[in-house]
Design a protein around this ligand. Structure first.
Ligand code: PGA
Length: 249
């Protein structure tokens, strides 16, 4: 696990955008795993700028998003479908048919989840997976629990995640209680992973992820076992790490 510490959110976003852009330059038909949330917004902004000013093209890129709320229409302003289109897809040259966001409105989630996983494999697997991290160290919507989930499935959100995400909704009651999420196994099968974290609120989760015991109670801790993972975090998120465990960039 390589940990890069950037001075602030802007530097973290720029570093992460360069990392993704490099992936797309090296392999123009890359399969990218993408994340939502506040953290990657700056990175997506930088990627849009790279598309506009540096000729980075997404026209042969395929994407798979980590998760989506269940029972929230995709037109809703808080759906991850809307988030991805507003922050990235509508602003670059990606083809709509190459975009894969879990559908939170299907009838049979079991069948749909298998199809979603199969599609990832049919595309050759994820080349680079982007992750955020929850205050409780969740990745995707894989909440702390008794086991590491293997593949895409329906998950119940924990109180702490519902509370954290209520900042986007009118009230806590309006936050969906369930989501469809790629599993820990789906994430671990990605060839490369980049995890972003910003702010003091993430410091404890980052500390446990980097230095703690690997256990399902800290879902992100499993990344210690991935052979190509980088954490790109700001100084606040790194505030509980020992200096020897990271590199400043
Ligand atoms: P955030 O969410 O980027 O909005 O903090 C991250 C997450 O919950 O995975």
């Amino acid at each position: 696990m390589k940990v890069y510490v950037c001075k602030n959110y802007e530097k973290m976003s720029a570093f992460a955008a360069n990392y993704l852009a490099a992936q797309v330059i090296i392999k123009p038909n890359s399969v990218l795993g993408l994340a939502t949330g506040s953290t990657p917004i700056g990175m997506y902004k930088e990627l849009v700028a790279k598309y506009q000013n540096e000729g980075i093209s997404f026209k042969n890129v395929t994407t798979f998003n980590l998760d989506e709320y269940i029972d929230l229409p995709k037109e809703n302003e808080n759906s991850y479908y809307t988030f991805m289109h507003e922050n990235l897809f509508d602003k670059v040259d990606i083809k709509e048919e190459n975009i894969n966001i879990p559908d939170g409105s299907v009838e049979n989630f079991e069948v749909y989840s298998k199809e979603f996983e199969n599609k990832i494999q049919k595309c050759g697997g994820i080349d680079l997976q982007v992750l955020g991290i929850g205050n409780n160290a969740h990745i995707g919507f894989n909440e702390p629990g008794d086991t590491f989930s293997n593949s895409t499935s329906v998950v119940e959100l924990t109180e702490s995640t519902i509370l954290a995400n209520s900042r986007f909704f009118e009230s806590e009651d309006e936050v969906p209680k369930k989501a469809i999420s790629m599993g820990i196994g789906s994430i671990m099968r990605a060839k490369k992973i980049i995890l972003l974290a910003s702010g003091k609120g993430k410091a404890e989760a980052i500390h446990k992820t980097v230095n703690g015991e690997v256990k399902p109670g800290v879902p992100a801790s499993i990344l210690q076992f991935h052979r190509d993972v980088v954490l790109v975090i700001d100084e606040d998120a790194a505030s509980l790490l020992e200096e020897s465990s990271y590199e400043r960039v």
